[in-house]
Design a protein around this ligand. Structure first.
Ligand SMILES: Cc1cc2nc3c(=O)[nH]c(=O)nc-3n(C[C@H](O)[C@H](O)[C@H](O)COP(=O)(O)O)c2cc1C
Length: 302
């Protein structure tokens, strides 16, 4: 009997849908046990988000200091493979997933276990996956594959549609493509579940070859530099806001408002500027960019 565990946390159900599509080829086989554990925060995050609460979660999220979750009750102590399905919050894994990965329970079940990460986010996941790799390393887990699905709208349109969705709950605004991941892409996740099933049926070892050549991830060259700048800025401002909060919650709120203005200005300037710089220096940078692309695409490869 092969045992598969999928851990996820989703607010709108989009990631749950992605996770269930991955699991569907594995279900209804008498020799495969499938468990989908959906994490629950001790205090629920509201959806749609209130404007300030949305931004106020960023310091703890980026510094991996998550709010507590209800410890999940798992049916087994060991699994053949564990899938960590997660969404990205501020270029980091979302808080409930981080809370789980920092728990003693995670350390016990993940030790020496093959892990597949399944990401559903707007478009920026490279730095979140770097943090994920660190969290998995602390649990001594073996990352064998990564699958990523991003929002269907292009970068600039989703810069409007995703926040509108998260802050109002409205997925569709007039004149724009719907926010979120395309239904066809969600269903495409079944290909990867099927591949895992093949590995089980053929008794292949679960290693880093599992999703190679399947287009499991796509690296957007344009976003590599923006994410690097973004993660540094989040780190510094996050630290500052945590310190302000120790002085007084209202001082933190005031500084946060200043930061929101700075952040929006940064997104509107850094992303286009870095893309212009990259275009200008592309011939010189190409080798480094290709190396970085290969690095971020691991272990699945593009
Ligand atoms: C607080 C917050 C921050 C987010 N930050 C990012 C981000 O940095 N990069 C990104 O691609 N998507 C980001 N998203 C979008 C999510 O990754 C995800 O696509 C969306 O929240 C839907 O996920 P759900 O399945 O939990 O409903 C963010 C969402 C939230 C709620």
């Amino acid at each position: 009997m092969k045992k598969v565990l999928l851990i996820s946390y989703s607010q709108t159900g989009q990631l749950t849908n992605l996770a269930e599509n991955f699991l569907s080829p594995l279900r209804n086989h008498s020799d495969i046990f499938v468990e989908h554990c959906q994490l629950q925060p001790e205090t629920a995050y509201g959806f749609p988000w209130r404007f300030l609460s949305f931004f106020n979660t960023f310091p703890e999220t980026v510094h991996l200091k998550p709010a507590p979750i209800i410890p999940p009750k798992l049916q087994h102590e060991m699994y053949d493979v564990i899938i960590i399905a997660y969404t990205v919050w501020f270029l980091s894994p979302n808080q409930p997933i981080t809370a789980f990965l920092q728990s003693e329970q995670a350390k016990l079940i993940l030790k020496d276990t093959p892990v597949i990460t399944l990401i559903g986010c707007r478009n920026m996941w490279l730095q979140a996956q770097e943090k994920m790799k660190g969290l998995l390393k602390q649990c001594e887990a073996k990352l064998i594959g990564n699958i990523v699905k991003i929002d269907q709208c292009n970068d600039w349109v989703s810069f409007i549609t995703t926040p509108v969705w998260l802050l109002t709950g409205k997925k569709k605004i007039k004149g724009f493509q719907s926010a979120g991941i395309a239904e066809s892409e969600i269903q495409d996740t079944q290909r990867f579940g099927l591949q895992l099933l093949k590995y089980f049926n053929d008794n292949y070892p679960l290693d880093r070859t599992i999703f190679q050549g399947m287009g499991a991830v796509k690296i957007d060259e344009k976003l590599m530099m923006s994410e690097k700048v973004g993660v540094r800025s989040f780190h510094i401002w996050g630290k500052l806001l945590l310190k302000c909060g120790k002085i007084s919650p209202s001082f933190r709120k005031m500084m946060l408002c200043g930061y929101i203005v700075f952040l929006i200005a940064m997104i509107l300037t850094v992303v286009p500027i870095s893309s212009v710089i990259k275009r200008l220096f592309k011939p010189l940078l190409q080798k480094t960019l290709d190396e970085q692309k290969r690095y971020f695409a691991q272990p699945s490869g593009e």
